[in-house]
Each structure stands twice: as structure tokens, then as C-alpha cells.
Design a protein around this ligand. Structure first.
Ligand code: FAD
Length: 633
């Protein structure tokens, strides 16, 4: 069968916030740009984002600024963040939100007409620009509208709306193509298939931006939907790029726990930001028992103070329900394990006794609808039952902070598929702003790279033949059902490399993954190429297994607990480990996954000076502290 071929300057894989913003930038810089997405255009995780986009605009509290946001982000990530990314993010997020508004986004307003900002865990001031609890929908709508506006411009200028930017939806990329197999060889395109008819498609392009989102589908209980199979992470690895921070997975504290069919679906943090409290089966507001030492000074120690904070933030400390997500998720996990959970294995989240019904339906319309429709619970009258759910991966492609460039020439990454920005734990709201800031930067980085090329890298025909053979293999085998292998992988990761980990269990998980990798080689999906979901899953399995292996190997290696990585056998945070990143690499066939330690560059002087010594002391080594003392002397 013929392979459909297209030539572009930049191919963006993924049409969520990061992909769309990257594509808009590349097109604005005059590059012929393709947007490829495996789901329908508009159906990405970004559309599901509820709470908002964090940006220090200072609209609700004028004390907010990029430096406070930077500090909060570094604290949330327990100082493991790529500080240059955290700096760029904090500085540029307000401009990206205003830009969205200029492109037509309709954010909620303050009484004096500014973009409204709400409270979220770990953010010192109200900082999340939002549209009720449907912010992601508005973001995607606006970015799509911008793509259409650019296409209309192109129609006028070139007589063809798709002359400079075209969307290929329901089209899955399975391999990145390169000029050859040697280290240093450049990206030259991407290979994939149309989901509807199974026909193959090849993009010949000197620059590829990965914006494929996360990996949640490797876990049973997750807020993520079917397309989060770690494709971009795996594509990058197989092309020779590196992944960092893969041990850090965010288990959002509040997913639905009941009924079983909807277990894992997200309950937005806005419920707590807007006053919702967590209680155990004994009615105790247990988060007061779980304030860790590093956050002791910043959180209320009594219910009265926590409650006062909602109306007077200048004179009170915030309630511990708004601690960073990793802290809240571990606390819920501990309460349930101690036998103080709700009947369905979660805890209670109650907003009904905290806000009038009309206010709940105004501020949290989607949550009200979600619980009524899916669980027959009216959140204006009764509490929700919630528990941790696999939500977000902090780990991803190691990129240059300024340009989004990966180590393979021509490869760029932005959004959830990239690593570094959030360190060991992402603050809520920092993803939507990350997509905009680094999506734009990756689009610009890819464009600059193309401008600097002397010759267009050629697609190697051997790699096309190999990609094609790999993709057709499951169709030719009457092997094991891929769903069986997938379910076993999900159970393994949930139970053995979940919210609390220990060496013995991670080792068991790695043995299981090794066996599943063998079984995956034999899965079959007979039934032809026309919309065959079994075939699609068989191809996604390679990615999920590869990514799971990285997660487990890095989790085994990091012998400390930090952010989204909690080791039962190494409960403390170690200043020595804070300096180190774990870097995953793989052979081109994915059979060999390596994890190596790498020391992070020290934080720039003007940035480290933004912190107090007393705070830094909790995180950094004696030697780093001495350097700091010398600096501020
Ligand atoms: P996505 O938006 O997921 O887009 C990924 C794209 O890649 C999709 O178009 C997909 O089809 C495509 N793709 C994947 N693999 C392939 C392939 N092989 N070939 C072709 N295309 C492919 N963050 C916040 O900051 N604030 C919030 O309020 C918030 N709420 C959230 C609520 C929910 C329920 C969830 C799940 C997440 C939430 N997050 C929030 C996190 C945030 O939404 C995501 O991290 C973010 O949207 C990821 O954006 P992205 O552009 O990286 O990827």
C-alpha cells in the first residue's frame, strides 16, 4: 500500500495547549506547519483542565509578581525544578494569558473588570486566571480560533487556507524519522497512520515538536483519558533523546472513588480553593495533622485561622487543604490506610457546608454536573468521596529551557511531555501556563532551527521501511489480546510503583514489566486496518511499557522521598539527591533502558538570592549553603 507523503517545515505532534501554541508560533514565523493529533481536533487533555492558568498578574492581590510565583514553583517542586524554566515561566505567563485574551478568550472578571484569579494549592496569592471550572475548554477554543484566523489570512494571501498550517486529526505518529542511526543524526520527519482507515502517512520535515501530553494510561486509577499512553516520551527515547525526572508522578489528591466505572475522574482543586474541606470518617479535618516541617510557617495550624484566611489573606495563613498536591495525596492515602476512610475507600470533601448552593453551582458548575450525573450526589447538599488518582507526570523529554530543543537535532518538546519545569511536583495551574510559555518557545525554537539549516535533512528510506514493518506486525499475528497485557501493566504500576513505593515492590514491578514486554511482542490484532482499536492499543503498548520501565527504574534508583516520589524505605528528603537528575535513555528498539545520574547546574545568583537562608537550609547541602552565605555576605 502507498504511503501518503507530505512536506512541512515544522511538524507539531499534539493539538493540546502546547501543540497549538507551538504551531501558531511556527506559522507566525512563516513556517509551513502541520499539526498532527491522534484524537479529534479539540479533544486533548487541555480541554479537560478545570481550575485555571497560573500567572502572576497581581489582579486580585497586587503583592503578587513573577518572583513570588518563581519561589512558589520551586518550593512546590521541592527545589528540583529546572530553575531557568521556572524563571521563564513565572516571567512570561502573564503575557501569554493577556495574549489569549487578545485572541478572544473570555476569562471571569474581578469586580473592577480585570481577569479574575483564584486560589490554588501552593500559590501564595490568588493566581489562577479561570473561566468557571472550564478554563481548558476556553483555552483550546481560543487557540483553535487563532489557528482558523491564520488559515483565513492564508486563504486571502495564497488562495488556500491550508497553505501554511494544516491539521491532521485522528492520525497517530508511531516513529520519528531521522537521517540515520548514528548519534548526532538529525530528525527528518515522522511516520504514522490514520486511525480511521489504517493508511500510512509520512511527514518529511526538518523539525518536529513533541506536544503529546502525559502517560496516565499506564495506571488503573487515573484522571487521564485514552490518548495519554506516553507516546511522545517513547518517540523521543527511541529517537535517541533523553528523559529526566521520570520517577516523579503526580497523584492528584482528589479523584472520584465511586462508582467504579468513573474511579479516577478528577475533582478539581478549585473545590478546595473555593473553601471545600477534607474530613475522615470520624469527621476530623485531618489535614491539620499533616503539615510537613518545610511548610510549617506558611499554613494555618487551627481551623479558625484557616477559615479566616478565605476572607482575610493578609492576616491569616492558608488552610492545609491547600498544601501542594503531593502532601494532600499522601495524607489521604494515610487516612484510608489507617481505617478512617469513607465506605468506598476515599475521604470526604465537603463544600456544601461552606458555601451557599447558588454559589457552588456558579463557581463549580462542572463539578456539580459531574457528581449529579455520574454518582447521583448533589454537592450543594452532601460531601463528595474522593481519593488519589494518577494525574500528571513531571518527567519528560530533557530540553533546553529557552528553545525547547531536545538533544537530537531537529527535535523539540513542550508541555507535559517535556521535563524539568515542575521539578518533583507541579503546582496546580502551572501546567496551562507552562503550555503557553513553552509551546510558544518551542515553536520559535523549531523555526529558528529550520532557518539555520544549510540543507534539508533527508528521510532515510530504511527507517521508513522499519517503521512500516513495526506498525503492521500486530495485524499479521493471531496473538494475545493487547487489552490483557495493558490491564496487567496498569495493575502492576498502580500497585507496585504507585503513590508509596519501596525497593522490593519496584523490583517486582520491573520483573513484571520485563515479562510484559516479551508478551507484548506476541500480541495480535487481526481484523484489518479499518478502525481497529485493538491494533491501535497494540502499538501504544510499546510506548506504555517503555515509559513504565523508565518510571520504575528511576524510582528504584532515587533513594529518597521528594514530591511525586515517596519511598517507604527512604522517607526523608536528601539534599545530596536534590542536586541530581536521573536521566533515562534507550536503545533504538527499546530493548535496553538505562538510567544515569546527572548533577543539575547550580541556581543563578540573582535567583537563589530570592530565598531566605532558613528556607534554603531545608533543601540544600552544607556546601551549597556556604556558597549562598558567601554570596549574600
Ligand atoms: P494535551 O492537551 O493532552 O494534548 C496532547 C495531544 O497529543 C492530543 O492532541 C493528543 O491527541 C496528541 N497525541 C498524543 N499522542 C500522539 C501520537 N502518537 N500521535 C499524534 N498525536 C498524539 N492543569 C492546569 O494547569 N490547570 C488545571 O486546571 C488543570 N486541570 C486538569 C484537569 C484534568 C481532568 C486533567 C486530566 C488535567 C488537568 N491539568 C490542569 C493538567 C493539564 O490539563 C495538562 O497537563 C495539559 O493540558 C497537557 O497539555 P499538553 O498540550 O501537553 O497535552
Amino acid at each position: 500500500m502507498e504511503i501518503e507523503r507530505h512536506e512541512y517545515d515544522v511538524v507539531v505532534i499534539g493539538a493540546g495547549g502546547a501543540g497549538l501554541r507551538a504551531a501558531i508560533e511556527a506559522r507566525q514565523q512563516g513556517k509551513r506547519t502541520a499539526i498532527v493529533c491522534k484524537s479529534l481536533f479539540g479533544k486533548a487533555h487541555t480541554v479537560m483542565a478545570e481550575g485555571g492558568a497560573a500567572a502572576a498578574m497581581g489582579n486580585v492581590n497586587s503583592d503578587d509578581n513573577w518572583m513570588v510565583h518563581f519561589r512558589d514553583t520551586m518550593r512546590g517542586g521541592k527545589f528540583l525544578n529546572n530553575w531557568r524554566m521556572a524563571e521563564l515561566h513565572a516571567k512570561e505567563a502573564p503575557d501569554r494569558v493577556w495574549e489569549l485574551e487578545a485572541w478572544g478568550a473570555l476569562f471571569d472578571r474581578t469586580k473592577d473588570g480585570k481577569i479574575s484569579q483564584r486560589n490554588f494549592g501552593g500559590h501564595q496569592y490568588p493566581r489562577l486566571a479561570h473561566v468557571g471550572d472550564r478554563t481548558g475548554l476556553e483555552m483550546i477554543r481560543t487557540l483553535q480560533q487563532r489557528v482558523v484566523a491564520l488559515q483565513q489570512e492564508d486563504e486571502k494571501l495564497h488562495g488556500d487556507p491550508e497553505a501554511y498550517i494544516r491539521v491532521f486529526q485522528e492520525c497517530t505518529v508511531t516513529r520519528l524519522l531521522k537521517t540515520g542511526d548514528r548519534p548526532g543524526d538529525a530528525v527528518s520527519g515522522a511516520f504514522g497512520y490514520w486511525r480511521e482507515n489504517g493508511r500510512f502517512i509520512l511527514f518529511d520535515a526538518p523539525a518536529v515538536v513533541l506536544a503529546t501530553g502525559g502517560i496516565g494510561k499506564s495506571y488503573v486509577v487515573t484522571s487521564n483519558s485514552w490518548e495519554y499512553t506516553g507516546d511522545g516520551h517513547a518517540l523521543a527515547l527511541l529517537a535517541g533523546a533523553k528523559l529526566i525526572n521520570m520517577e516523579f508522578i503526580q497523584f492528584h489528591p482528589t479523584g472520584m472513588v465511586w462508582p467504579p466505572s468513573v474511579r479516577g475522574i478528577l475533582v478539581t482543586e478549585s473545590v478546595r480553593g473555593d473553601g471545600g474541606v477534607l474530613r475522615n470518617s470520624e469527621g476530623r479535618r485531618f489535614m491539620f495533622d499533616y503539615i510537613p516541617d518545610v511548610f510549617k510557617d506558611q499554613y494555618a495550624t487551627t481551623e479558625e485561622e484557616g477559615d479566616r484566611w478565605y476572607n482575610d489573606q493578609a492576616n491569616n495563613r492558608r488552610p492545609p487543604e491547600l498544601l501542594p498536591r503531593d502532601e494532600v495525596a499522601r495524607a489521604i492515602n494515610a487516612e484510608v490506610k489507617a481505617g478512617r476512610g469513607s465506605p468506598q475507600g476515599g475521604v470526604y470533601l465537603d463544600v456544601s457546608t461552606r458555601l451557599p448552593a447558588a454559589e457552588i453551582t456558579r463557581r463549580l458548575p462542572s463539578m456539580h454536573h459531574q457528581f449529579k450525573e455520574l454518582a447521583d450526589v448533589d454537592i450543594t447538599k452532601e460531601p463528595m468521596q474522593v481519593g488519589p488518582t494518577c494525574h500528571y507526570i513531571m518527567g519528560g523529554v530533557e530540553v533546553d529551557a529557552d528553545s525547547g530543543a531536545a538533544s537530537v537535532p531537529g527535535l523539540f518538546a513542550a508541555g507535559e511531555v517535556s521535563g524539568g519545569m515542575h521539578g518533583s511536583n507541579r503546582l496546580g495551574g502551572n501546567s496551562l501556563s507552562d503550555l503557553l510559555v513553552f509551546g510558544r518557545r518551542a515553536g520559535a525554537g523549531a523555526s529558528a532551527y529550520v532557518d539555520g539549516l544549510k540543507a534539508r535533512p533527508a528521510v532515510s528510506e530504511e527507517s521508513v521501511a522499519a517503521a512500516r514493518a513495526e506498525a503492521t506486525a500486530p495485524l499479521e499475528r493471531d496473538g494475545e489480546n493487547p487489552y490483557e497485557v495493558h490491564h496487567e501493566l496498569q495493575r502492576t504500576m498502580n500497585e507496585l510503583v504507585g503513590i508509596i513505593r519501596k525497593a522490593e515492590e519496584i523490583t517486582q514491578a520491573l520483573e513484571a514489566v520485563e515479562k510484559l514486554k516479551e508478551r507484548a511482542k506476541g500480541v495480535g490484532a487481526i481484523g484489518g486496518r479499518i478502525y481497529n482499536p485493538g491494533w491501535h492499543l497494540a502499538l501504544d503498548l510499546r510506548n506504555m511499557l517503555l515509559v513504565s520501565e523508565c518510571v520504575a527504574k528511576a524510582a528504584l534508583k532515587r533513594e529518597e522521598s521528594r514530591g511525586g516520589h515517596t519511598r517507604d524505605d527512604f522517607p526523608g528528603m536528601s539534599p545530596e539527591w536534590r542536586r541530581k537528575l536521573l536521566v533515562c535513555g534507550a536503545s533504538a528498539d527499546g530493548s535496553d533502558v538505562t538510567v544515569e545520574e546527572k548533577v543539575q547546574p547550580a541556581m543563578r545568583d540573582d535567583l537563589i538570592s530570592l530565598f531566605d537562608r532558613a528556607e534554603l537550609k531545608k533543601y540544600i547541602t552544607e556546601k551549597e549553603l556556604a556558597d549562598f552565605d558567601a554570596l549574600v555576605k
